[in-house]
Design a protein around this ligand. Structure first.
Ligand SMILES: *Cc1c(COP(=O)(O)O)cnc(C)c1O
Length: 224
């Protein structure tokens, strides 16, 4: 399948839904991103700061750049001036650094809190109790230059669709609970639930995803 055909497929999949596509272009050369841009794609996701910055500099300025990978605090400053959404905020210390760097450049940076929903131990993210602690008026008052837009999660990498569905459903429930609790705080505006990748986006859509992050099903397999 060509890039154009793959993108058309996703356009059809998302038609009539309120879910958007994040085209995950990590490891792909700039020319390939330009092709996707020429086919209408405006939202790209990357997981490495240096690659994200290089691509931002080389490509048209109306692209929305999303950071989806684990973010080290010492690299926050490089993306804060332009990033549209950071999906992978996995600690309070990282959020503090984003807030500080955003204040320095006079921006309010949109962030998602990454939640640990998978069984694998290696995945980053908050658990429910940590979210509960963060989402209070007192704890959030210090974050004047971030806007919490919602949650992100990655399901267990498994062949069992029932398990994936259960994890996504749990994340959606948590999203609704956080929203009800915190949406009246001035730096909280929960509208985004980032879940679903190439192998599980169908289930994610059924469970209420608003942002699917799709790489290999659009651009083909990555040759690491
Ligand atoms: C690479 C990546 C994706 C996309 O994965 P595919 O299986 O290629 O669709 C989605 N989310 C995150 C966080 C990723 O690192």
């Amino acid at each position: 399948m060509s890039l154009a055909e793959n993108l058309e497929t996703f356009q059809k999949v998302l038609e009539g839904t309120s879910c958007r596509l994040v085209a995950v272009s990590k490891t792909k050369p700039i020319a390939v991103l330009q092709d996707a841009y020429d086919l209408g794609i405006r939202v790209f996701g990357e997981n490495k700061v240096q690659e994200l910055t290089e691509k931002y500099e080389a490509l048209p300025k109306d692209i929305e750049w999303h950071m989806i990978g684990h973010l080290q605090r010492n690299k926050v400053k490089y993306i804060v001036p332009f990033v549209a959404l950071i999906h992978s905020v996995d600690s309070v210390r990282l959020l503090q650094e984003i807030n500080k760097r955003a204040a320095n450049v006079g921006r309010v940076v949109n962030c998602l809190l990454q939640v640990h929903i998978a069984q694998e131990k290696t995945k980053f993210g908050f658990d429910e109790a940590e979210l509960e602690t963060l989402l209070t008026e007192e704890a959030l008052a210090a974050f004047t230059h971030v806007r919490l837009k919602g949650l992100m999660g990655m399901a267990t990498n498994t062949d069992d669709p029932a398990q994936v569905r259960q994890e996504f459903r749990g994340l959606k429930t948590l999203f609704e609970r956080c929203k009800a609790k915190a949406n009246h705080y001035q730096n909280v505006d929960f509208t985004e639930l980032s879940m679903g990748m190439s192998n599980d986006y169908t289930i994610a859509l059924e469970e209420g995803s608003t942002l699917i992050r799709v790489g290999s099903s659009i651009f083909g397999a990555r040759g690491y």
